[in-house]
Each structure stands twice: as structure tokens, then as C-alpha cells.
Design a protein around this ligand. Sequence first.
Ligand SMILES: Cc1ncc(COP(=O)(O)O)c(C=O)c1O
Length: 405
Amino acid sequence: MDQFTQPERPAFARWLGGTNDVTHMFLSAGNGPDMINMAGGLPDPSVYPVAELAAIARDAVAKNPRDALNYSPIEGLPALRDAIAARFSDENLTLTRDNVLITTAGLQGLDLLGKVLIDEGGLIAAHSPTYLGAIDAWRARLPAYRPFNPESNAFDAVAALKGAQFAYTVPNFSNPTGRLIDLERRKALVEAAHETGTWLVEDDPYGALYYDGDPLPRLLSLSGAMRPGDTPYSGPVVYMGTLSKELAPGLRIGWLVAAPDLIAALTMAKQGSDMCSSGLTQRVALDAFAARLPERILPNILDLYKTRRDALCAALAEHLAPWFDFEKPVGGMFVWAVARDPSFDTDKLLKAALAEGVCVTPSSVFDVEGRNRRAIRINFTLNSAERLGEGARRLALAAARVAAA
Ligand SMILES: Cc1ncc(COP(=O)(O)O)c(C=O)c1O
């Protein structure tokens, strides 16, 4: 054997065979200077309160080095857990720090849920189409999926949840469709979780981003109302939040709110994952909450994103209508456009779009079986109104090419 020849190496784990390369394609192609990237779910960096966060971070290190620079408890800084418990408690729902685990943003919450609740072949009931990051987070667990669509007329919440380890849903401006689950279906889901015992995971990164109308109640709050006096809350809803869309994703701070026994199991999983989330950014989050920073920057975020949503929808109506239907979303970060022709292939559209200098996300990556190729998810928060208009024009050129092929 010469020095460059290797013996046969152990194979990579089986789950890697189930990944897709579409994500890789749009992540690696989506950032050139001439590329209009409407694929990701990214905030506009101009909304970050840079000066205030810089001052808070400096004070966190200088004044609270024990919190900021030490390992923190696995569950998170007690004061931050208390702040989250207080933020989500209401007249029917009493949360304590025992209901709260601080996570390294939302994605770690998804990963830990997979670790704690899914053995190989374990069943996940997934709101379909399903957030790509969740599918990715659970891939290594080798789960089985049963999709459900809470918008369908025939939706039966008990049938959707029964027998699953957990049900996963994004009730506020779902990623990818941008749609809301209405109040009646929210109640049906929560009642079904109480009846069947299935954990009901409410992933809510976009809950603050309502551009029109009043926010609908959280599943967690509806569940609390079904068992007033349950202190601390011990019901079936698992609520997931993050600072990524309300403040800054670089902080990597999120939280899981759930029954204390599930929080204890998730804490065990986190111990073997990263031991604890960054003490520095936990301390920054705590001080940012105390200064009401998320609440103070929200009006500016809502104004900016609402204008961009309207600009994108106007541009899509002008350029893309021959090929795609879409609804204007009430909030969130995405427009979901569905091809009029059921045989239109949006994986092919992505390739054509990249050649035109625009990037969107094809529906196949949000389908656990990769079969839905009829829709695209278009982000409107990252680019200016002008660039969104140009992006829609380029997308129309690509769509015309795919339709003619
Ligand atoms: C539905 C959903 N869940 C979770 C996340 C995770 O975000 P983060 O890890 O930044 O909190 C995202 C991010 O886009 C999302 O869209």
C-alpha cells in the first residue's frame, strides 16, 4: 500500500442516503452578487438593532461575566427561563421555569424532540407541506411520516394525531405555505391532542409577524384553557419559539415550552448535544427582553415586510400569473405559488431560474417523499421592493422556458 492508498473505510450512516441535493443547489448558488435570492427565510439585516445589541453584549460580559462566560445550566439561565414562562403565561395558563428549556435556536428544539420521541420507524404526523429544516433535523432518526393538511375540508384532527409519537405544525404563517390555521382547526387539533395523548408540537417562529388582522390564539394557550388550574402546565402542547425572526438569528436563542417531564427528557438530550446554549447570548436575550427590545423594533419590521409583501404580490400578479396561482399571506415571510398545470415541474424551474439569476425554493424539499413538484416558496423579507420586482420578472422568463420545453 503506498502512502496515498486508503484501506476501505466504514460506510457513512444509512440516513445520509435520504438527503436531497436541491437544498445544496440553492444554498450554494443563491449568493452571487447578481443573484436575486428569494429562496431563504432570512430577515433583512437592516432591522437588527445593532447599537443596542452591542451595548447589551458589552454589558453582559462586563457586568455579568458569570452568566455570560461560564457554562450555564443545561436547561438555560434560570432568569431567562422565568422570563419565557412569564411571557407565555396567561389567565388560563400558568407556566413556571420547569416548563422551559432554552435551546440553541429553534432548529435545536426540533433536533432534541426527534432524539427524545423518535426511535427508528417511529411515526411523526406532519403538517404538510412540512418545514424543510424539521425534515432535515429528524432525518437521522429514520422516522415514518403521516402527512396531514389542516386546511382540507375533510380534515379529521383525531385521525391525524392518533398513534403518532408527535404531530408537528406551524400554525402561524406556515413554512413553506405562509398560511394560517384558523381558530376552529386550532381548537380541533388541541382537543385531539388532549384526547389521543399525542404530543402536539407548535413551531412558532413567525407568530409576531402579523401584517393584517389580530393574532389568533396559540395552541398552547388553547390547551391551557382546557385545563385551568393545571400548575405548572402539564398538557400535550409543545411550544417552540426563537429570537431569530423577532430580533436576530445570529444570537441562536430559542425555547421549548412543555410539560415538565418532557422538559426533563429534552434536557437529557441537550446534555449530549451541546451541554448548554451560549451563556453570552442567553444573557443578551435576557437583557434584551428586560429592555423590551423585540417589542420596540417590531413596528419597523412589520412596516418594512408588509410593504415588501405587497410589492412581491403585485409583481407576481403582473409577471407570473400565466403559470402560477398564489394567495397574499396575512403575515410571515413567504408566498407559496402553485403551478396551474399539475405537470409543471418546479425542480426544473429552479435550474432555469438560477440561469436567469433568481433563486426560489421548489416544493419537493417540503415533501417527505420529495414528490410534490408543483409549487414554489418565495421569500419577500430579504430584498427591496425593486429587487423583488426584478426577481419576479426573471422568474417569469424561467417559467416560460420550462413551460415551452
Ligand atoms: C418553521 C420554522 N421552524 C424553525 C426554524 C428555525 O429557526 P432558528 O433555528 O433560526 O430559530 C425556522 C427558520 O426558518 C422555521 O421556518
